[in-house]
Design a protein around this ligand. Sequence first.
Ligand SMILES: Cc1cc2nc3c(=O)[nH]c(=O)nc-3n(C[C@H](O)[C@H](O)[C@H](O)COP(=O)(O)O)c2cc1C
Length: 450
Amino acid sequence: MERQMLRYTLEEMDRMGELLLCEREVNPEYELGAVLKYFRNKRPILFNRVKESQVRVAGGLYGDRETLYRLLHMNHENRLFKFMEAIANPKPYRVIANGPIKENIIRRNIDLPKIFPVPKFQEKDSSNFITAGILVVKDPETGKYFTSVRRFQVNGRNELSALIASPKLTNDFLELEAMKKPLDIAIILGYDAPFLMASQISSATYGVDKYEVDSALRGEPLELVPCESVDLLVPAYSEIVLEGRMIPDKRRLEGPFGELMGYYGAQAPHPVIEIDTVMYRNNPIFQAAFPCREEHISNGLIREVELYSYLRNQVDVLDVNVTEGGGYRFNAFASINKQRAGDGKSAIIAALGSNKDLKQAVIVDGDVDIFDLQDIEWAITTRAQASQDLVIIPGALGSSLEPSHDLKGVTDKVGIDATKPLGERGIKFERAIIPGFENIDINRYFPNIK
Ligand SMILES: Cc1cc2nc3c(=O)[nH]c(=O)nc-3n(C[C@H](O)[C@H](O)[C@H](O)COP(=O)(O)O)c2cc1C
């Protein structure tokens, strides 16, 4: 179905008036990334002319919350429930014999830097990096498909190094490695929003087949074709597929690389992938994502589902925001309908337990807009007292993607209870309002004002 994957999505983005076409030639080294970064990766761009390459590049595709909602046919109010529904009720995918991805198949003399304009993003990056590739593997025990975005350092010709910060995937590879067996992989570029969202579900939490979650999310079976050289299925309408193997007993230095929080991640030995087949559509589009926090909104949306579920066990939760400034994983705001005196603190316990990466949580009442930083600041300033409302948990497990944790090996977690007291003492916290303010039409007073 040509309504799956990137090509159709670009048409949709064009219809929505969101897609920017760049007709000026761009250099994939720094310049392309600089243009993406200018729009903070929230504006989808199709670069039609890329220096020394015939291949077009699309970037900034899925960095904006509203655009993602529209592409997924959901809205802010129902998003958590739509994701939960798809995770709880996965649907079958469909295998078809052939698809556009097989229009070109290269099996010999593969030289990735020559075939595709793989960008180099930041000054001290060790090499060019594939940053939007979705890694596909099959669970060796259950045969379920596991997809995730990972970054791949291009080592030259057909060799990549992968950064995989996933205990499950790492263990699967280590178990195969102990038996001197490689792990079959495919890397997908040129996908659509449901494919991306399914890839962001933490396998450790749900253990589902992500191709089936994708099918549930898109409301029709994801159409897949068999790979040429590995025992995997891949989307029939994707733009580019790299097939290969993660090789046992082989490591290569990966990094430094400017990571999502804007710091350089250290160089370290990481597994090596050898690509033995490249498939791509006619006139392919290479997909890029500037490696920074805005593009991690898809990950944040799934973390919001986790956070909401954890909070729901303890309190009457209204909404959650896993924030962009916190890399869509380290910082969260939640609003609750406080019903019992300890609800604010219970919400902190639940929030900080929802994901090891989360290190800060602010809990507010329902009259605070958790997507407005000024409103959050106002709530903390006027409704919290540090001696009573700050909860600090020293020395917890955190994420190595956050340098203050990396330095110490563990992370402190902090929660702020910025909810107002209940009963008599809460009356003082009523917000002063002007009746009718929301509906005022300012043009009636100043006809020429913009
Ligand atoms: C744009 C983008 C880039 C990402 N890059 C990486 C990466 O380089 N390495 C990594 O381990 N996870 C990366 N992630 C996060 C994983 O894709 C995500 O955590 C995973 O799908 C969930 O599975 P896991 O819990 O097994 O990691 C990235 C996510 C996004 C949205």
